[in-house]
Design a protein around this ligand. Structure first.
Ligand code: 5AD
Ligand code: SF4
Length: 476
């Protein structure tokens, strides 16, 4: 001891930068001992928000000296960013933890970290404490920016560290992020959700709705554009209510029109609007914009007005249909996709018939269909009339069948047209092809040189293969 107290900053992000340096020094020591760089492996479950969080987590780990690996078994650090929207995601995490236990026996220096939505549930933490002592560090959704500090503590003390906060104390965004794609990025515009749909655990694990200030978002988008990003996806649980709680009250439509003005950004997407709040201003801007993609993900959840009421969705079957058809009328080439839940408490065959009716009338371009999953603590979990598994399986098949018929029918409509695609990667199965994403969110595979990755190119959609196209590059 030299008697001089170390100065630890109390403000953020300075404090985390301080801990990143300290962790980096510790990691450098460990890697000198092991004679190689330390490696990290990140598994991400769930939605786009989690994907974006994982980019930030990887950014911090890289700043702390780790290199990314796809070899989970031999990694020095394995981090699982979890989701708890449906129970099967939780079960997958427990399954993986079992496998990791074996890996850690072979490699006792491995560090296992859990974070994300599932960690916000007290029962989960109890279960991990009791049954999974090999987990080294746990944190939640409100303090991912603290990874460096928490990891430092864990590496120093060697004990299980748990830090889960029940509410966000602040929004800390200025931390490094390691983008998966150089040319596209998610941008958080708000956090949390105040809707309390009766089946959904998100408001409990992601907390109350908070919008980021518009100037901070625009600065981030500008920085992304300067670093080569062409497409941004504005992320929030209910993007239409963006701005309600900003210092200067503003709106999602305003935000869209400001992002539109940023040079270098060629495409804008957003996720997720709520049908009850999608207003004409946003539709007008989408229609007039040269950059906002013609894709609207508009979660239906159920087509039955009775079930929608029980779900606390605040719209009826007819209101949803009117809205979707109105959007189609104003923006004729728009792709509308949706989420549907099958098996909500008290659901009957007639309710499913209503859902099928909405699918037929709206003709969704695609729909994600989920079996209802009972989430402890939500109002729906204690409703009478939980339905049987056999009912769910049977009705799920009916919904899926119609969804697939509709999406094939929609996809074939644009066969033969030439459209712009953002080239994302070399095709997984055939390296002579590149995969590009169209404005309507469908993929097209076409022969071209990998140097075009990250570029927006014109592609003729020569053949529709159901949910994707084969295409031909058109020289412009
Ligand atoms: N059970 C099944 N699906 C759910 N979703 C949210 N909560 C549940 C649940 N308890 C679905 C909704 C939402 C999507 C992200 O996940 O359809 O739009
Ligand atoms: Fe869940 Fe409803 Fe909020 Fe979506 S809008 S996150 S379904 S509570």
């Amino acid at each position: 001891m030299n008697g001089i107290e170390e100065q630890i900053p109390v403000t953020e992000p300075e404090r985390q930068n301080h801990y990143m340096q300290k962790t980096a020094a510790l990691v450098a020591e460990l890697s000198a001992k092991r004679g190689r760089k330390l490696t990290c492996y990140i598994a991400t479950f769930g939605c786009q928000m989690n994907a974006r969080d994982s980019e930030k987590l990887l950014g911090i780990l890289k700043a702390a000296g780790y290199v990314e690996t796809d070899d989970e078994r031999n990694a020095d650090l394995v981090l699982m960013n979890t989701c708890t929207v449906r129970d099967n995601a939780n079960q997958r995490v427990y399954g993986r933890l079992g496998v990791l236990k074996g890996y850690k026996k072979e490699n006792p220096d491995m560090r296992i970290i859990l974070c994300g939505c599932m960690m916000q549930e007290p029962e989960v933490i109890e279960k991990i404490k009791k049954s999974y002592p090999h987990v080294d560090l746990i944190f939640g959704t409100h303090n991912i920016y603290m990874l460096a500090e928490l990891l430092y503590t864990q590496l120093k003390e060697g004990k299980q560290v748990i830090s889960v906060k029940s509410e966000a104390e602040r929004i800390v965004e200025d931390i490094p992020a390691e983008r998966k794609y150089a040319f596209k990025s998610g941008v958080n515009i708000m956090f949390g959700c105040d809707n309390f749909c009766s089946y959904c655990i998100v408001p409990y694990v992601r907390g109350r709705e908070r919008s980021r200030e518009m100037n901070e978002i625009l600065d981030e988008v500008k920085r992304l554009a300067d670093s080569g990003v062409k497409e941004v996806m504005l992320l929030g649980q209910n993007v239409n209510s963006y701005g309600k709680n900003c210092l200067q009250k503003t709106s999602f439509a305003r935000l869209l029109s400001e992002v539109e003005k940023i040079d270098g950004i060629r495409r804008i997407r957003f996720m997720t609007p709520h049908p009850k709040d999608l207003n004409e201003d946003v539709i007008d801007i989408m229609r007039a914009s040269k950059k906002i993609c013609h894709h609207l993900h508009l979660p239906l959840q159920s087509g039955s007005t009775r079930i929608l009421k029980l779900m606390n969705r605040h719209y009826t079957k007819e209101q949803y249909i009117d809205l979707a058809l109105h959007v189609r009328e104003r923006i004729p080439d728009i792709a509308i996709t949706t989420d549907i839940i099958v098996g909500f408490p008290t659901e009957t065959v007639q309710d499913i018939d209503d859902t099928l009716d909405v699918i037929k009338r709206v003709e969704f371009d695609n729909a994600f269909t989920f079996e209802y999953s009972k989430r402890t603590g939500t109002p729906a979990a204690s409703m009478e009339g939980q339905v049987t598994e056999a009912f769910v399986k049977e009705q799920f098949a009916r919904v899926l069948d119609l969804v697939q018929t509709c999406s094939k029918k929609r996809a074939v409509l644009v066969q033969g047209q030439t459209m712009e695609a953002l080239t994302e990667e070399v095709n997984e199965h055939d390296p002579s092809l590149l995969t590009g994403r169209l404005s309507n969110n469908l993929l097209v595979h076409f022969p071209a040189d990998p140097s075009l990755i990250g570029e927006i190119v014109k592609v003729e959609l020569t053949e529709c293969r159901g949910f994707y196209y084969l295409g031909r590059l058109v020289q412009s």
